[in-house]
Design a protein around this ligand. Structure first.
Ligand code: AMP
Length: 274
């Protein structure tokens, strides 16, 4: 991987990277589109990173379909599919970690305390392997995007970090590889996430500013769904990810909800003038 990238760099080509865990959908492909606009060469990595899964999480059930992914990436005109094995990434004796301490504390970090360390460590390794000029991450994983921007700034990575908007299904559900693990009833129930966020947006449009009131609207909508079990619903500052008491002038509304064993996340940025 490194020698391909060295060769491209010596030819003056700009390299873009889209890191993924595979089982690709249109959300992933929209990140590829961003790279194609911002770089000459596009690398997509697929690596289901054991380091970012907790002991009781869904590593063994994470959906995989490499031949379908390969076909989709070929069709999208991607130059390189980088597919490291767990042993290449973490050979015996591996013991180093990259950790971003503050923006990873709340939200997903509270229920998944080792998750972001796993993400920042693997993304650092992917950056060192691929040597991209630009890397693109989805706003669906908003806390991850903020964390990686922080890491790149703090550790002087010479890489432009770009965010891309959330791609959604026709009924509003945010696209996610994990949607494949939902039962038909859970899949129907899961539209409540988007509806809850939409309800909060409508309230803000009608003048609501208070965090308590907005969080109440979201929790009430989710409580109507028997199959939904809330992990968290938070209103935070979109940069520091610290909780805020009002939308002033903007705020990130983010949530994580379990349907059976499948944990889904979604978010929206609320603005005073939206
Ligand atoms: P994953 O394969 O789930 O680890 O995701 C790989 C990248 O795709 C991450 O940067 C995600 O934020 C992004 N991504 C996943 N789902 C979506 C979506 N529905 N819309 C936009 N980006 C997404």
């Amino acid at each position: 991987m490194q020698s391909w990238s060295d060769r491209m760099r010596s030819l003056g080509q700009r390299i873009g990277l889209v890191p993924t865990m595979g089982y690709l959908h249109e959300g992933h492909l929209s990140l590829v589109e961003v790279v194609r606009r911002r770089a000459d060469r596009c690398v997509v990595s697929i690596f289901v990173n054991p380091l970012q899964f907790g002991a009781n999480e869904d590593l063994d059930h994470y959906p995989r379909d490499l031949s379908r992914d390969t076909a989709l990436l070929r069709e999208a005109g991607v130059d390189v599919l980088y597919l490291p094995s767990p042993l290449t990434m973490y050979p015996q004796g591996f013991q180093s970690e990259v950790s971003v301490t503050q923006v990873t504390r709340g939200m997903c970090g509270r229920s998944r305390p080792t998750h972001f360390r796993g993400v920042t460590t693997v993304v650092t390794k992917l950056f060192n392997a691929v040597k991209p000029h630009v890397a693109v991450f989805g706003e669906k994983d908003f806390q991850q995007l903020v964390t990686i921007k922080r890491m790149a700034a703090d550790l002087d990575f010479d890489i432009e970090i770009l965010g891309a908007p959330i791609a959604r299904e026709a009924d509003g559900l945010a696209m996610s590889s994990r949607n494949a693990n939902l039962s038909p009833a859970e899949r129907r129930a899961a539209t409540c996430l988007f509806e809850a966020l939409t309800g909060a947006r409508a309230a803000v449009r009608n003048g609501e500013r208070s965090a308590t009131a907005i969080l109440d609207i979201v929790r009430t909508r989710l409580a109507h769904e028997a199959l939904a079990r809330i992990d968290y619903v938070e209103l935070t500052d979109p940069v520091t990810l610290e909780p805020v008491s009002a939308v002033d002038p903007s705020a990130l509304l983010a949530l994580a909800v379990f349907f059976g064993n499948t944990r889904l996340i979604d978010n929206t940025v609320l603005k005073r003038t939206q």
